[in-house]
Design a protein around this ligand. Sequence first.
Ligand code: ADP
Ligand code: MG
Length: 314
Amino acid sequence: MTTERTTIVTENLVKRFGEFTAVDEVSFAVHPGEIFGFLGPNGSGKTTTIRMMLGLLTPTSGNVEVLGVPVLEQPEAIRGRVGYMSQRFSLYNDLTVLQNLRFYGTAYGLSNKELNQQIDRALQMAGLEGRENVRTHELSGGWRQRLALGAAILHEPEVLFLDEPTAGVDPLSRRDFWELLYQLVADGVTVFVTTHYMDEAEHCHRLALLQRGQIIASGSPDEMRNQGMHGQVLEIVSSDSARAVKVLRAAKIEGRLPLESVELYGSLVHVIAEGVESLQDALALELKQSEIESGRMAVIEPSLEDVFIAYMRD
Ligand code: ADP
Ligand code: MG
């Protein structure tokens, strides 16, 4: 089913736990050298999909190929060629940075010579030089994350599977982490990464949006922006944005205003509608009737977050 030029292919992948379908007919292809993002809220099936792609969990039905290897039949044939950073970074907290790397390197079957070389490379890549003897539990979230990435690349994998690597990590470290991923990609690694942070989609070459086990949209960030939006985004400053959202949603449901969606966006309200610019007076009036003052209104470029919310509401 794959060509040699496809790094990962999944076909109609399904996983049921009893009656519950966690992954529902998921199909996609990942090409060499790309960062493929698998985006979805908690519980949408990201980890379950990754575990099936790695041969750690047997699908109910469907197929997976990684690097041309049929994973279901030959799970061991990809082990040495892929790296996996699991959701809660399986590091040993009582061990030092160096001891963790030694442990993982040995587990990957590296010889002593390779081990030292690869550990140096991982320390350098992760910027952990000088922290070799720090105990892992003393590292901040951002450094633990880098160490886990270092451990996942000791055996020079061709494909990296990263399961929510940036979850719970501060925004600055998150940005640095993406820089590291770009470096790895520049070195020829293909990256499959899951996240529930919608804003991280922008970092991916292509992505799939997962909801309740199904892919509801996929493509490059630009493709998704162009296909996903029906209407334009109006950003509204108001005296009580949380209540403004409720009021405008009610107006939408009751058919008074032709709106696609209304979302709270930080302290602002985002309204999406066809021809939203011409609705400004009607929106202001609707709010005023509920004693909410509206301030500046501006049509803005939709963020990917706006686009995804629009997809998920459809
Ligand atoms: P995500 O990684 O996107 O947060 P998961 O793949 O972990 O989602 O889980 C998808 C859904 O499948 C969730 O509703 C979860 O509770 C359920 N699930 C995951 N593993 C099991 C299991 N072993 N048994 C039963 N349900 C499971
Ligand atoms: Mg998960």
